[in-house]
Design a protein. Structure first.
Lengths: 256, 256
DNA sequence: AAATAGCTTTGATTCAGATCAATTAAACAG
DNA sequence: CTGTTTAATTGATCTGAATCAAAGCTATTT
């Protein structure tokens, strides 16, 4: 079994509504979330239960963490939608990622023990705090947990390389297609429709992430709609022809 | 002390010629390289000695690993200079990084256990192979090693975010300035001159990394030279005014 | 329900960088 | 040393995206 499903599910469908019925103490539910899919035994689950300490709610627009503050914990997203962004001295900010249920935030801060980005909720969200020192301790005892944690970090690196490719060599329309397909895939993995979803972020935030201006993003949306590949109604997106959307992306494989 | 100095030295000056006198068995020398700076005890060094198995030489133009092949080991660069690049279906390739002595390659492959990029030597190079399974085992026994390994992975994520920022929001000249300053800093950290060095890569490879065409890279070099900020003689670069080069970069901090 | 503020779209214009093209310079093999 | 290949520079032109500008639309507040 793969712990995959939980800390940062990517492969298997997993509706985040599923977890709503496991609503005992925070430790218990997070623990279940974290461990059940890995095939850990009861004792191991017990151990891990102590790691995932408390749960935090962040309102839309609220900060999970700020750049420059001390790093102590990773955060597993239980529900909601967040963006991470680095901010430049002049005040402008660049979005480095959008994050949804099951994903793990804070990996960048391990190196210096200072957060290198802001994490901001784009809708009301809930996260589990995972004290990093404890996670390290426990991963010594549970090898499969350590292994999985390493894979998660590595996957983040691969994802970033994908974005670098996108930013370095794709045109506006290709970038947007890639972005939409990426979202689509992640919604699907969580049990939602892959062809019908609502964007949580503004055109400006999409543009920031894709290295484009908001007007360009808007025009790219319109273009894809004109071609009947997607239907855009403000934040509501329908993918009418996913195959052609994939074509739009060029030959480049979909960014993780 | 920081293991930092070794696996991926960034902070402290460390001339890679220094290690030339430690030339016993591969295990021993790599082991010294890996451990001495971390302040591990003799027993721990002994343990780690078994991990870093054998040394490999790669000729200029040779591959350290290919995309799609099975991942088994990380590689610590002992000497030389390599690039990593992902290749698209249509044959074009994008450089995702340039790597020098002390840096660790292969982190991206941990997630799927398949290499996601090619690693190609830009000059004759030497690497130490570190079987990943063994590294994981041993890091359970030596917490400071595990901690350091996590920091290395995290640092790679931060570096990638820096490149994303560069690709997403900087102009050609700013990108080149940022690139040169990054190289400069890394040479300095290895005991070389920060203002006088030879590029190991072509304009095309720089362009690929920076999301620019080779002509644009060439023009940006010329521009910086016209302004007397640098002196370019083919692959040989002299930084005449590092302060002004930093200004060129805009307010953006230097990409790690 | 009206008012305000925040998004989004669309058009017109400008500009940075891509592309096309020609030359020069360096590296390499025979 | 000479011919050949590969890399780098520089110029001219073209183009995709940025910028500037003006509506139109949503959502939130009162």
């Amino acid at each position: 079994m793969h712990l995959d499903k939980i800390l940062s599910l990517e492969t298997s469908p997993h509706n985040h509504l599923d977890i709503s019925h496991i609503k005992s103490s925070c430790a218990t539910c997070s623990l279940r979330e974290l461990c059940l899919p890995v095939g850990l035994n009861e004792q191991e689950i017990q151990i891990l239960g102590d790691v995932v300490s408390h749960k935090r709610k962040i309102q839309r627009g609220g900060y999970l963490h700020h750049t420059g503050t001390k790093f102590q914990s990773l955060f597993a997203i239980r529900s909601g939608f967040l963006k991470t962004c680095v901010l430049e001295e002049d005040g402008r900010q660049q979005v480095t990622g959008f994050h949804m249920t099951g994903e793990l935030l804070g990996l960048d801060a391990i190196s210096t023990e200072i957060h290198t980005c802001d994490a901001i909720a784009l809708e009301d969200s809930e996260v589990c705090e995972i004290p990093f020192l404890k996670l390290e301790e426990i991963s010594r005892v549970i090898p499969s947990l350590m292994r999985h944690f390493h894979k998660i970090m590595s996957r983040e690196i691969v994802r970033d390389h994908g974005v670098m490719l996108l930013l370095g060599s794709m045109k506006a329309e290709e970038r947007l297609a890639s972005f939409l397909l990426n979202l689509s895939r992640r919604f699907l993995a969580r049990g939602y429709s892959e062809c019908d979803f609502n964007l949580r972020m503004t055109r400006e935030e999409i543009g920031s992430y894709l290295g484009l201006k908001l007007e360009t993003v808007s025009r790219a949306f319109s273009k894809l709609q004109e071609e009947n590949i997607i239907t855009v109604d403000n934040k509501h997106i329908q993918i009418n022809d996913i195959a052609r959307l994939r074509m739009k992306m060029g030959n480049t494989s979909c960014v993780t």
